[in-house]
Design a protein around this ligand. Structure first.
Ligand code: ADP
Ligand code: TZD
Length: 579
């Protein structure tokens, strides 16, 4: 007996599994191989054990960056990006990214440990006490809590389905501390897990909706296609290109749809944007919303008389969300379905498609050429100090020479100028501030972009924008990621020249002058470059791409360059009051 007993005990032990293990098994079973997070009570062991089980666990310096990384990993892979945080404060730090994912239609799951339910619910003051589920719910597409180890499989499956099906979004999964240590029988645990079948089912558009849309488009005299980041997300690149090319219709890519067709494509109307929007008579939106980024489909941008007046365009909207149509103006032909299915069905229905009228195409061509010529003149200048244009002329060349590189972009002027100057050549290479125009996505995006695509990453950052996630350069160095950060440093938010009329503190938009951001990268073993001329910037970028070493280039630009709020000064209620 004495010799048998320990064996029985060991067997009994081996025959149970616990909450930690089941969470890991459930993720792995569903093809999730990376966690972006930050350890601490109660999830430290989850991060350790996940790593030991072969998941890639990327630890950040702040949950917000981990969350942004997860959100963009979701966009790039169509699988939910996982962000793992501790309770209350860690959860709240991750929440911004969860809301960002929901707003941008990126699939992501924020998994947070939480404190004891019975203490939290009686508000008895637990360690990091917070009713996280209630707080996450309005910001997430769905929110779930798992109380029993046997329900982990269901919880993870529901979170995955909610994140990626239909319109993708952010999902919250609440895992209380007690769950992790719960044990259940191994066999029962195994059979409780769910491998999600067809997590994002195709949604086939109705034939009559397609016919309505194609009829409208065929009859247009001045048709226009607008491609949004939903189209980029859908990974239907070849069909989208074929639809644009076979119809011959000019198109505008929204910021993150740049590169879906190369920006140098002859049908791109980007350089004639302010001409085509008010002039077009039928506009087909493919995975783009008529939100503020498109001036709500009305007003002067669209040729309306007043700022809320309809410009007379008819809209076709291809979108997975049936409630998106009519959100701002009338949509005459909604086509509801996933973009892959919609676009291939449209292609099949094109028949003998008439080219758009030549006078429309010629007018766009003319506008484009004169705008491109004007821009070329500006870019060719070599002012001292550098300005946005002379620095971005270099970035444009480097991106052209490295079309596979991922491209991250945030800032105000640093965003707006870059978006219009730097061409993209491949789908889903450009990732940026998205629907909210949010600052702080930069370094988290860099980490995820490098990890997911294994391509080099170039980030063009305003100096203010960079500051929101700057400490993550340590993360970039720690994982030795091929990231080249270029800071367009003009000493402040928008620019660096504001003056406090009363003296004393500097103005709210002004930073330390001539800050040496490159030393931050050097502090962690990366390469720092101080660039005062386009030639120094070019050399720094070329070297970074060759070496694949983490590099930060502090590109010093004219502090008077830049306008308040970049190109959206009109949204700034104080700007009008300024002399
Ligand atoms: P942008 O900012 O580029 O204009 P938005 O984020 O405003 O793009 O719009 C993206 C749209 O794409 C959303 O309305 C979303 O419902 C839709 N969408 C996302 N993924 C898909 C998909 N796979 N199929 C169809 N529509 C999609
Ligand atoms: N906070 C967050 C989270 N998002 C924001 N968009 C802002 C604040 C407001 N904001 C902008 O919209 S752009 C910007 C801020 C602070 C920074 C602009 O300065 P920059 O870029 O140095 O990054 P430029 O090139 O100097 O304009």
């Amino acid at each position: 007996m004495g010799t048998v007993e320990p064996q029985v005990a060991a067997d009994a032990q081996a025959a149970v599994t616990d909450g930690f293990q089941l969470v890991i098994d459930a993720l792995k079973l569903n093809g999730i191989d990376t966690i972006y997070g930050l350890p601490g009570i109660p999830i430290t062991d989850l991060t350790r054990r996940a790593q030991a089980e072969g998941l890639r666990v990327l630890s950040f310096r702040h949950e917000q960056s981990a969350g942004y990384a997860a959100s963009i990993a979701g966009f790039l892979t169509q699988k939910p990006g996982i962000c793992l945080t501790v309770s209350a404060p860690g959860f709240l730090n991750g929440l911004n990214a969860l809301a960002h994912a929901t707003t941008n239609c990126f699939p992501m799951i924020l998994v947070s440990g939480s404190s004891e339910r019975e203490i939290v619910d009686l508000q008895q003051g637990d360690y990091e006490e917070m009713d996280q589920l209630a707080i996450a719910r309005p910001l997430a597409k769905a929110a779930f809590r798992v109380l029993h180890a046997a329900d982990i499989g269901v919880g993870v499956a529901r979170a995955i389905r909610a994140a990626v099906s239909g319109r993708p979004g952010g999902v919250y999964l609440d895992l209380p501390a007690k769950l992790f240590a719960q044990t259940i029988d191994v066999a029962a645990g195994r059979s409780s897990l769910i491998k999600v079948v067809d997590p994002a089912p195709r949604q086939i558009p109705a034939p009559e909706a397609l016919e309505r849309a194609l009829d409208l488009l065929r009859g247009a005299k001045k048709p226009l296609i607008i491609l949004g980041k939903g189209a980029a997300y859908a990974q239907a690149d070849a069909d989208i290109r074929a639809l644009v090319e076979k119809t011959g219709i000019p198109y505008l890519p929204m910021s993150m749809a740049k590169g879906l067709l190369p920006d140098t494509h002859e049908q791109s109307a980007s350089a004639a944007r302010s001409y085509v929007l008010p002039e077009a008579d039928v506009v087909m939106l493919v995975g783009a919303r008529l939100n503020w980024l498109l001036s709500h489909g009305k007003g002067k941008t669209w040729g309306g008389k007043g700022h809320k007046d309809w410009g007379g365009q008819k809209f076709i909207q291809v979108d997975i969300s049936p409630t998106e149509a009519d959100s701002n103006v009338r949509v005459d032909a909604p086509v509801v379905g996933d973009i892959g299915s919609c676009v291939s069905a449209m292609l099949a229905g094109l028949g003998n498609w008439p080219k758009p009228p030549a006078d429309w195409l010629n007018a766009i061509h003319e506008k484009k050429s004169s705008n491109v010529d004007k821009m070329a003149e500006t870019l060719a200048k070599n002012p001292s100090p550098m300005n946005f244009h002379s620095a971005l002329a270099v970035v444009r060349d480097i991106v052209k020479a490295n079309p596979e590189a991922m491209f991250v972009n945030e800032g105000a002027n640093a965003l707006d100028f870059t978006r219009s100057i730097v061409d993209m050549y491949k789908p889903r290479k450009r990732i940026d501030v998205g629907t909210w125009g949010i600052m702080g996505v930069g370094m988290g995006y860099c980490v995820a972009a490098a990890v997911v695509t294994r391509q080099p990453v170039i980030a063009v950052e305003g100096d203010s924008a960079f500051g929101f996630s700057g400490m993550e350069v340590e993360t970039i160095c720690r994982y030795n990621l091929p990231v080249c950060v270029v800071i367009l440093n003009n000493n402040g938010v928008y620019k660096g020249t504001d003056i406090n009329p009363r003296g004393g503190d500097v103005a709210p938009t002004v930073f330390v002058k001539d800050a040496r951001y490159e030393k931050l990268m050097e502090a962690f073993g990366g390469v720092g470059v101080y660039a005062r001329t386009p030639a120094e910037l070019r050399q720094g970028m070329e070297q970074a791409l060759r070496s694949r070493k983490p590099t930060l280039i502090n590109a010093v630009i004219d502090e008077t360059a830049g306008t308040e709020s970049g190109r959206i000064t009109s949204l700034n209620p104080t700007a009008g009051k300024k002399k």
